[in-house]
Write a protein that binds this ligand. Structure first.
Ligand code: NAP
Length: 285
């Protein structure tokens, strides 16, 4: 039976280290702070906001929410974002996306200063990630995948990594981060020929496809390490959620697998915390 790569152990270890870093900052009179900017209040966003406020608060990082009504106009939202961008007390900015249709999201994203872009929402931030400039923050979820793999000492250098999904939020940046660690990376998507066979050839498979339980026994091989990024409604258990991997079908074949829930998602908020602390350290160096 495959070993579970549980996120809690990773998050606990990171919390301990981050708490020390916050204490060091506080000794210098600095408190790291995240600004969350949103228009409207989708249930998923509010759930994430509540979790982030609690997790970051427990580590000593402040969170301030700048909430606008769903029908906010462009000028008001732009002014709000500019104020947050210029606020010296705020070290990191998270904006919930997508924004309501009346807003020009590309323009608003561009107002986030790259040094406060802790979830890689700007082209400048993405440029840093894709050019291996480590002063840029990769998005939190791909970073959580890498932190999980590193915590469990999964060898990456020289290994074949297949990333299933090519979004700017997960697939492409996680591919860049794997490449940085000298993995040999293949990125797959909805037009990939022979998809199961390509995935089954991997030493490490990252599933970020957004299709409940799509990765079954045809996509894996013995010895493989599978990171399941998916968060989907579970078609077999209403009200519950599941990953992109059919765990029951693959757990007898692969060597290690991250569970859903309790895998990558458990690490993502801690990464947001880490990036906010790094922002505070860099902005006050
Ligand atoms: P996305 O923007 O919808 O991208 C999905 C990717 O999967 C696309 O590249 C798409 O290919 C590909 N794809 C879709 N159906 C496919 C199929 N049948 N065969 C092969 N490829 C297919 O999703 P995302 O934002 O990257 O998120 C991916 C998953 O991760 C979702 O379940 C999401 O909920 C989850 N997620 C988790 C976290 C976390 O913290 N754990 C954070 C963010 C997202 P094309 O490009 O060809 O369309």
């Amino acid at each position: 039976m495959a070993e579970r790569l549980k996120g809690k152990a990773v998050a606990d270890a990171m919390k301990e280290e981050l708490t020390k870093r916050v204490e060091d900052l506080k000794a210098k009179g600095l408190t790291p702070k995240l600004g969350i900017v949103r228009a409207g209040g989708r249930p998923d966003d509010l759930y994430y906001e509540k979790g982030a406020t609690k997790t970051l608060g427990a580590i000593g990082v402040e969170v301030e929410v700048f909430a606008y009504p769903e029908d906010v106009d462009q000028a008001t939202f732009e002014k709000g974002m500019t104020d947050v961008a210029n606020n010296k007390e705020i070290n990191g900015i998270l904006m919930f996306s997508p924004l309501p249709k009346q807003l020009d999201e590309a323009k608003i994203r561009s107002l986030i200063p790259v040094e406060k872009d802790v979830d890689c929402m700007t082209q400048a931030g993405a440029g840093k990630v894709f050019s291996d400039d480590v002063s840029g923050f990769p998005p939190c979820t791909p970073t959580a995948c890498m932190d999980l793999l590193k915590f469990y000492n999964v060898p990456l250098s020289g290994k074949k990594a297949v990333v299933l999904g090519r979004s700017m939020v997960v697939g492409k940046p996680v591919a860049m981060l794997l490449l940085r660690e000298n993995a040999t990376v293949t990125i797959c998507h909805s037009r990939t020929d022979n998809l199961p066979a390509v995935c089954a050839d991997a030493d490490i498979l990252i599933a970020a496809v957004g299709r409940a339980k799509m990765v079954d026994e045809k996509y894996v091989k013995p010895g493989q390490i599978v990171v399941d990024v998916g968060i989907n409604e579970d078609p077999d258990n209403p009200g519950k959620y599941c990953g992109d991997v059919n765990t029951a079908a693959v757990e007898g074949i692969v060597e290690q697998i991250s569970p859903v829930p309790g895998g990558v998602g458990s690490v993502t908020t801690i990464v947001l915390c880490k990036h906010t602390i790094m922002g505070c350290e860099a902005q006050n160096a």
